[in-house]
Design a protein around this ligand. Structure first.
Ligand SMILES: C[S@@+](CC[C@H](N)C(=O)[O-])C[C@H]1O[C@@H](n2cnc3c(N)ncnc32)[C@H](O)[C@@H]1O
Length: 270
């Protein structure tokens, strides 16, 4: 598998290297979040392992420091992880050194440096919240997918149950457009976008990119300090695993995981 030269298809909308900033500590972010990490692993395994599936090449877009790369490798011959942050790719090199068949590479946002129709599964987790306009990245995802290949995409969900209640109290509906969740001060500083997406809107955007939803899970449904203390993380996780599928129908949780199938047409691809 050759890695193509990188020419951005995202119109320069996102710099994508903001995690290189000294103030960013994404590795530290995961301290105390064992439940969320385990809930995501459970969702990943359930979706990509569906029907006993195995994959040749898996490509991770915005793979960060490689937190989930070894999990993906359990289902694949090879995992190529890409991220625009040099700091994250550097950490991933160290973290993944002992993992045969897993490699970490730098990418420019909006460009996956792989040839058309070469990837069996594209995984993009915790990246959509940095993409107020995910269209170009979704089209790029479809471009590299083999005909009939799959994508696993996580979406920060603006229509989760707590938000529905908050909006209902104000007699308002959840906006269909992406919602900026940064504080006013953070937004004024500029920096990396942080948005939640409406599930109906992203499903339409998936379809426009030629990606059809095969299955959806609602994830991190019990994200609460009180519940963690009262139930303990093991019990919390056991419940979480039972409810990820049924609660997906009402978009309950803060995070939605979509398993998508490509139609092979790769609209918009060069
Ligand atoms: C919250 S981290 C998630 C990392 C990893 N997927 C995980 O779940 O642990 C977001 C990652 O997306 C990367 N990123 C930011 N903008 C991006 C873009 N436009 N395309 C791809 N990756 C991007 C960041 O560098 C960062 O490593």
């Amino acid at each position: 598998m050759s890695i193509r030269g990188a020419d951005s298809m995202d119109g320069g909308a996102a710099r994508g290297d903001q995690y290189d900033d000294e103030s960013e500590d994404y590795v530290g972010y995961w301290e105390g979040r064992d439940y969320e990490h385990a809930a995501e692993i459970a969702a990943v395994k359930r979706l990509i392992g569906r029907d006993g599936a195995r994959y040749g090449l898996v490509c991770e877009v915005g793979g960060g420091f490689g937190r989930l790369s070894p999990v993906l490798k359990e289902y694949a011959d090879r995992v190529m992880m890409f991220d625009p942050s040099s700091k994250h790719v550097g950490i991933a090199h160290r973290l993944l050194a002992g993992h045969a068949g897993v490699t970490a590479h730098h990418m420019h946002p909006g460009t996956i440096p792989l040839d058309d129709g070469t990837v069996d599964l594209v995984s993009m987790i915790r990246v959509m919240h940095h993409l107020p306009d995910p269209g170009p990245t979704l089209r790029e995802t479809a471009r590299v997918m083999k005909p009939g290949g799959r994508a696993l995409i996580e979406v920060a969900n603006s229509a989760h149950m707590l938000n529905k209640l908050r909006y209902a109290k104000r007699l308002r509906g959840i906006p269909r457009r992406p919602v900026d969740i940064r504080s006013a001060a953070k937004a004024a500083e500029g920096g990396i976008p942080f948005v939640n997406h409406h599930p109906d809107t992203v499903v339409r955007q998936f379809a426009e990119a030629g990606l059809r939803v095969e299955e959806k899970l609602s994830v991190s449904n019990l994200r609460s300090g009180t519940l963690k203390q009262r139930l303990g993380e093991d019990r919390l996780l056991a419940v979480e695993q039972r409810i990820q599928s049924p609660l997906a129908a009402i978009n309950f949780g803060p995070s939605l995981f979509f398993l998508l199938r490509g139609d092979g047409a790769a609209p918009g691809a060069a």
